[in-house]
Design a protein around this ligand. Structure first.
Ligand code: HEC
Ligand code: HEC
Ligand code: HEC
Ligand code: HEC
Ligand code: HEC
Ligand code: HEC
Ligand code: HEC
Ligand code: HEC
Ligand code: HEC
Ligand code: HEC
Length: 303
């Protein structure tokens, strides 16, 4: 096996249980085979050389890549010990033996995204395993678009930039929405993009990363989710974003329309006829239908 790669477990909150699907099992066997080849090769090399040259871990690499190795010693990946560099850099050992020869995986911009992502997913399959199926994976981003992997652990999650700046680098249009008067207080640091989006996860349907509708918003706005005796069918079917912009809006309360009556009449063509008087843009239906998110007292949300 790869020497030194005996992490207790990077699975959160539990012992190292092996719950492999058949597909994972096949990969595992393949990797095992790969490790054996590596180990046999390493043993052969070791017997052919004096002991001092045997160390082929970070120290071997440090001899020629001093800067990287120095920062790396305070990186969480250094916990893999001697074999840490080669855990990501396939072909690294041979490259070292040959005094800097070709064929080492270097995660170059020209490498295919799948090639760059695969070594990471060998260890990070639990939380990031579906990366390639998500919008970032499909757009051929790889992990290094956001993470800086050699760095001494300075920022949380080894991000290249501060959390919001990491996303802002590519999503300027979204950042502009957070400049509007009505907005979630991102700039003030009350929340980050990752509070609502998992940048590693696939989308389902029209929902943005991580799965939306009610649940996401209810993490912080639990009072809007009930359970109510009388639910408003609107958000049950469509989610909060049928009425609210999630990032920012020119309209009060992050509403999707300036006029509340337009918003309501968009779905309610059959309000009682005397409601005709409320068609003016300035009408606020919620001045009477005050418990618009749901109520235990009034079927029509009057209190
Ligand atoms: C967690 C995976 C990982 C580990 C562990 C790792 N690297 Fe890297 N390495 C990368 C990635 C990804 C790149 C591509 C450039 C980047 O994003 O920094 C890279 C690029 C490089 C490069 C070429 C580009 C440059 O910055 O000069 C060298 C040399 C290198 N690594 C050496 C090392 C050495 C030496 C170690 C051990 C001390 C090491 N790496 C450990 C992932 C890793
Ligand atoms: C005897 C010196 C030497 C040793 C030992 C060595 N390298 Fe290198 N390495 C080089 C040279 C020379 C280059 C090419 C010049 C450059 O770009 O820095 C290089 C380049 C690289 C690159 C970039 C390759 C590319 O195509 O851009 C990576 C990644 C790398 N080394 C990883 C490693 C790892 C991992 C180890 C330890 C297992 C290691 N090196 C050990 C000398 C060495
Ligand atoms: C040999 C297994 C292994 C490989 C390969 C590997 N990692 Fe890791 N990674 C770990 C371990 C173990 C940790 C520390 C986990 C912890 O502290 O929870 C870690 C930590 C991280 C963290 C920081 C997590 C945090 O909360 O600070 C990031 C980001 C990360 N890895 C990204 C990558 C990327 C990107 C690659 C591929 C270039 C990669 N890893 C390859 C095992 C690995
Ligand atoms: C689009 C940017 C982006 C890309 C691409 C990306 N990450 Fe992340 N990653 C993040 C952010 C942001 C966080 C912090 C999440 C948080 O604060 O909850 C993070 C957190 C992590 C963590 C820490 C543990 C966790 O789940 O919070 C690991 C490990 C990690 N990423 C690994 C990877 C790997 C492996 C890849 C490639 C398969 C990858 N990331 C690709 C942005 C990205
Ligand atoms: C290197 C550029 C880059 C970075 C950095 C980046 N993204 Fe993306 N993001 C993209 C691309 C490209 C797409 C797919 C094309 C598109 O929909 O715009 C995408 C798609 C998305 C989508 C889905 C969009 C949709 O229409 O469904 C969300 C949500 C998203 N990114 C959030 C984030 C978050 C959150 C971060 C920071 C953790 C981040 N991105 C960082 C480039 C990036
Ligand atoms: C309060 C939760 C929340 C926060 C914070 C948030 N988003 Fe979103 N985002 C959403 C929701 C919900 C959607 C889906 C909107 C829809 O389907 O109408 C979305 C959609 C998106 C989209 C695709 C559609 C579009 O508007 O372009 C991108 C890209 C995106 N978000 C990126 C980001 C970035 C980058 C940040 C941080 C700067 C961020 N989001 C912060 C909830 C949030
Ligand atoms: C991570 C926590 C968090 C999440 C998730 C979240 N919000 Fe918020 N939201 C807040 C906070 C905090 C405020 C109060 C901000 C302030 O006072 O400026 C707020 C305020 C609001 C407001 C009122 C704005 C105003 O003008 O008073 C609306 C509407 C809103 N959120 C809708 C949503 C929707 C819809 C979602 C899901 C897409 C969502 N929120 C997800 C934390 C969150
Ligand atoms: C049918 C449209 C509609 C839906 C669906 C909806 N809201 Fe609202 N929401 C409103 C209106 C209208 C207001 C403004 C009420 C007022 O002040 O007149 C509002 C106000 C708010 C406010 C700020 C004022 C307050 O009461 O705290 C928050 C926060 C909020 N909504 C969150 C949510 C969340 C979370 C969801 C999803 C569970 C959601 N809304 C679903 C229409 C809706
Ligand atoms: C996205 C569509 C949608 C929007 C926008 C919407 N509603 Fe509804 N509303 C519904 C649905 C669906 C029901 C449940 C109807 C049923 O069960 O027959 C409902 C139920 C109601 C009811 C209970 C009486 C009834 O007809 O069942 C009232 C009152 C009501 N809505 C008022 C409002 C007001 C006021 C607004 C604007 C703030 C609004 N609605 C916005 C879809 C919407
Ligand atoms: C002055 C208070 C008031 C305002 C403002 C108001 N409503 Fe009503 N609404 C009521 C009352 C009271 C009822 C129930 C009496 C009735 O059926 O005539 C009602 C009934 C309804 C119903 C039918 C519920 C049922 O019985 O199924 C709908 C839908 C509705 N309103 C939507 C709206 C919309 C949309 C607006 C804004 C354009 C609005 N209301 C503004 C007081 C108001």
């Amino acid at each position: 096996m790869k020497p030194g790669l005996n992490f207790p477990s990077i699975r959160k909150g539990g012992p190292a249980v092996n719950t492999r699907s058949p597909k994972e099992a096949i990969f595992f066997v393949l990797r095992l085979a790969g490790c054996l080849v590596l180990a046999v090769g390493a043993a052969a090399l070791a017997s052919a050389r004096p002991a001092s040259a045997v160390s082929r871990g970070t120290e071997t690499c440090a001899a020629c890549h001093e800067d990287i190795a120095a920062a790396f010693s305070r990186n969480p990946h250094a916990a893999a010990g001697e074999a840490a560099c080669a855990a990501c850099h396939a072909g690294g050992l041979k490259h070292a033996e040959e005094g800097g020869g070709p064929g080492v995986l270097a995660f170059k911009p020209s490498d295919h995204a799948m090639v760059k992502v695969r070594p990471c997913l060998e260890c990070h399959a639990d939380d990031q395993g579906r990366f390639s199926a998500g919008p970032h994976g499909r757009a051929a981003l790889d992990c290094t678009s956001c993470h800086s992997v050699h760095a001494a652990k300075a920022r949380p999650a080894l991000l290249k930039e501060k959390p919001i700046k990491t996303c802002a680098a590519c999503h300027q249009d979204v950042m502009a929405e957070f400049q509007l008067n009505e907005r979630h207080r991102l700039r003030e640091g009350i929340l980050t993009c990752a509070a609502c989006h998992d940048p590693h996860a696939p989308q389902s349907g029209s929902q943005a990363l991580g799965g939306f509708k009610q649940e996401l918003c209810l993490k912080c706005h639990a009072d809007k989710g009930g359970p109510f005796l009388y639910e408003h069918g609107a958000s049950r079917v469509e989610g909060c974003t049928v009425c609210h912009e999630p990032h920012g809006s020119v309209n009060r309360r992050l509403l999707t329309t300036q006029s509340v009556s337009n918003l309501c009449f968009g779905c309610h063509v059959l309000a009682p006829s005397w409601h005709g008087r409320f068609e003016a843009k300035s009408s606020n239906c919620t001045s009477c239908h005050a418990t618009i998110h749901g109520s235990n007292l009034s079927r029509i949300f009057l209190r």
